[in-house]
Write a protein that binds this ligand. Structure first.
Ligand SMILES: Nc1nc2c(ncn2[C@@H]2O[C@H](COP(=O)(O)OP(=O)(O)OP(=O)(O)O)[C@@H](O)[C@H]2O)c(=O)[nH]1
Ligand SMILES: [Mg+2]
Length: 363
């Protein structure tokens, strides 16, 4: 017995299809597929070591694409911000007392990389009188600077308008935030499924700091290794990758204050900028440092991945996939700066629209 499909094929053999009609049918099919792609939720997953800025990006999405923070949330933040001040004072104080006798407080602050002072210390200590006021109401900037370690997976959902030239309407995004400290990372796999793009955050200013959870481990080296693991994870093979070289403001200030990248990464001494990376408007040493850090991460994406043990079937499957080119996109970011994050996010949205178009474009 002939199947419906075979019968249909046999019948269509009798009557050659008009090529114009066929082209138009193909086009309709592509448009329908494009619309489906378009309506799909775009899932973004924030990854990166502790204190790299993941939750700060999530907060920016609430400011940019949702209604920001309610009165109640602001009220709740007062407690957390005062906690940040206490934490800063405690850490700072212990070390100040050690060097106070001969060097003085500013010198101690200048050496804060040695005792992992929280990033928000100076920001909040500078406005301590405001924070102490019983009527204190945290601003958006205060909330962005407040540091609370993430230990539960968080998700925000938001709609983003699609530019008119791509058909208008709006697109739904889900963004997931996870805790980045070592003990938190085993939970990551729970959210690896169906991710459109990983946003991997790097604390670019961490080159001279130690991990909070392991005082022998350099933060930047940990971040490089973590990136290597995530990039080569077979669960994330289908996801796009976008590197956020974050805390650019801190990196710049740190270098201007005399911190030496080459002390931790000796190969920096011989690193020179390529023509396309030269930037007349930027401090040359800072520009060289940010490009060097970026290239350390991008190098990982260019290395062939051979160090994993695989079964024969897995190997066949992997070899087949290896031929698919994967790119890692990157941005220099300052997660606490709303304008900067808006620009970067618009860029990413545009890029995802392009991916969707390319994925259905005729080959
Ligand atoms: N100056 C400055 N501070 C930043 C930047 N990004 C994040 N921070 C601050 O760094 C601290 C840590 O940021 P979080 O967003 O909490 O880091 P996280 O990656 O979510 O950390 P975990 O939850 O522990 O994984 C917060 O105090 C932020 O305000 C940045 O680009 N510049
Ligand atoms: Mg967090």
């Amino acid at each position: 017995m002939m199947s419906v499909n075979t019968r249909y094929k046999a019948m269509s053999c009798l009557k050659p299809e008009d090529p114009d009609r066929r082209a138009s049918k193909d086009l309709d099919k592509r448009i329908a597929q494009w619309m489906r792609e378009y309506e799909k939720v775009i899932k973004l997953l924030l990854l990166g070591a502790g204190e790299s800025g993941k939750t700060t990006i999530l907060k920016q999405m609430r400011i940019l694409h949702l209604q920001g923070f309610s009165e109640k949330e602001r009220q709740d933040k007062v407690q957390e911000i005062r906690q940040n001040v206490l934490q800063a004072i405690k850490e700072f104080y212990e070390h100040v007392t050690k060097v106070w006798a001969d060097e003085g407080i500013q010198e101690c602050y200048g050496r804060s990389n040695e005792f992992s002072l929280i990033d928000s210390a100076k920001y909040f200590l500078d406005k301590i009188d405001e924070i102490r006021d019983p009527d204190y109401k945290p601003s958006d900037q205060d909330i962005l600077c407040c540091r609370i370690r993430t230990s539960e997976i968080q998700k925000v959902e938001f709609q983003v308008k699609v530019p008119k030239k791509y058909g208008g309407s709006s697109q739904l995004f889900w963004m997931f935030d996870v805790g980045g400290q070592r003990g938190e990372r085993r939970k990551w796999i729970q959210v690896f499924d169906g991710i459109t793009a990983i946003l991997f955050l790097v604390s670019s200013s961490g080159f001279d700091m130690k991990l909070r959870e392991d005082s022998d481990r350099n933060r930047m080296k940990e971040s490089l290794e973590l990136f290597q693991d995530v990039w080569s994870s077979r669960f994330l093979r289908e996801s796009g990758f976008i590197l956020f070289l974050n805390k650019q403001d801190v990196l710049k200030k740190k270098l201007q204050a005399g911190a030496q990248l080459a002390k931790y990464f000796p190969e920096f001494d011989s690193y020179s900028l390529s023509t396309q990376d030269r930037d007349e408007d930027e401090d040359n040493e800072y520009n060289r440092a940010r490009c060097f850090i970026r290239d350390k991460f991008l190098e990982i994406t260019r290395k062939p991945q051979t160090n994993r043990r695989m079964s024969t079937t897995e190997m066949y499957y992997d070899l087949h996939r290896e031929t698919k080119k994967r790119d890692c996109y990157w941005h220099f970011t300052t997660a606490t700066d709303t304008n900067n994050v808006k620009r970067v996010f618009d860029d990413i949205h545009h890029m995802i629209l392009m991916w969707n178009i390319q994925s259905i474009a005729p080959s």
